[in-house]
Design a protein around this ligand. Structure first.
Ligand SMILES: [Fe+2]
Ligand SMILES: [Fe+2]
Length: 168
């Protein structure tokens, strides 16, 4: 059964949203590199790569279901930030926005009784819980640091320990 026109359109949009997130994280990585926070930069590079893989998951799924992939254009992301915590706050906003879009997709798939798409989207629903949690945890730690440089450098080293996520 081929995918519906409405889901095809929504998944193409989602491909754009995931690539936008990937771009945004790359831009955040560049900010940290400019400011000598190598650990935070690495964290953002890993995030950027994860988002690219998310986009590719949607891309492959669309093709597997007989859909036409029409990759949308990507707006330029923010490149400058006031502080370390502001970057992570922007990241949390972005993740919440992605979650809302995935819920929107889920709703369309459910309304159409497209259970293959419902099943496919479940991985993303769970992934978003993880994504929001890891960013929220970092924000909590940054709040405790209160902008103190020694604490920020410790957190930067902690961010450096992050390992690439295993993709399902
Ligand atoms: Fe994503
Ligand atoms: Fe994400």
């Amino acid at each position: 059964m081929d995918i519906s026109t409405e889901l095809e359109k929504a998944i193409n949009e989602q491909i754009g949203i995931e690539f936008s997130a990937s771009y945004a994280y790359l831009s955040m990585a560049a900010y940290f590199e400019r400011n000598a926070f190598d650990g935070f930069a690495k964290w953002m590079h890993l995030q950027s790569e994860e988002e690219r893989l998310h986009a590719m998951k949607f891309y492959q799924y669309l093709i597997d279901r007989g859909g036409v992939a029409r990759i949308p254009s990507i707006p330029a992301p923010d490149w400058d930030f006031e502080s370390v915590i502001k970057v992570f706050e922007a990241s949390l906003e972005q993740e919440r926005d992605v979650t809302r879009h995935i819920y929107g997709l889920y709703k369309i798939a459910q309304d159409e009784s497209d259970f293959a798409t419902v099943s496919f989207l479940k991985w993303f629903v769970d992934e978003q819980v993880e994504e929001e949690k890891s960013v929220s945890d970092m924000i909590d730690k940054l709040k405790m640091a209160q902008g103190n440089l020694d604490s920020l450098l410790l957190l930067d080293r902690y961010a450096m320990e992050r390992k690439p996520e295993r993709q399902a």
